[in-house]
Design a protein around this ligand. Sequence first.
Ligand code: LER
Ligand code: MN
Length: 278
Amino acid sequence: MAAVKLALVISIDETSFDAVAVRGRWDQGVRMAASLGYDAVELAVRDPATIDHKALHSVIRDSGLAVAAVGTGQAYLKDGLSLTSDDAGIRALASERIAAHTHLASEFGASTIVGLIRGRVTHDRSTTDARFTEALHHLSVVVGSNGGQVLIEPINRYETDYLNTVGEVLEIIERVGSSSIQVLADTFHMNIEERSLEGALRSCGHRLGHVHVADSNRQAPGFGHLNFARILAVLEEMDYQGYLSAEILPAPDPESAARQTVAHLTSMRVGVNTEEEM
Ligand code: LER
Ligand code: MN
């Protein structure tokens, strides 16, 4: 197995979102990720305007880590911003907020994640699609000017009714037609929604921009029943060059979960039978 690039999701603020091993005390989290052998961190940020940019740059620089991506979900969970809200004012605020996330991301050469902030199907699917594609057109122009990427994440049905599968996200990306938009594949969500986890990964092809790793129970890889040897073999076959970013429950505790992820994923070897589908 070629070397995998590992990232750890760290939330700058305390958050109610449970699958972030490290939240608050983000500077300690960044240093812990570096000491455990991670290559990068993924920063979950509610509002870039509230961040001490100088401190962030200094801690990241001292850690020697890259920033893989900037997450935006807390702008939905805490502030109620949605790119597909019925309220045009909220849609505009959501677009403005994500534009700020992309500026923060560009300072680190990172991608920007569109997860829960896509919203839900409030009336009918076609209205939601129209609102979302319009927001993505706008966003692709914003990131196009700074060379960044936008990552759209299929999320399981228990968290949203809009865009649960990789296929649905690929369709939206096709509609927008921008090379700045890619898929974020999350193994936890795919295990719930996809007929074949490996097939869904393969279907992304060059559109696969980022991968969230968590096991079937959203604990660290190896603490559930997903076959990460097969998942990594498929990514290798696809020549995936991006990060595997651990978005995991802090179980049994943040450091053990982060350590387990590195141990499990770096223990994978080539020679796994990738023919067999899950
Ligand atoms: C965010 O990356 C994610 O996976 C969602 O489950 C957020 O709730
Ligand atoms: Mn995720």
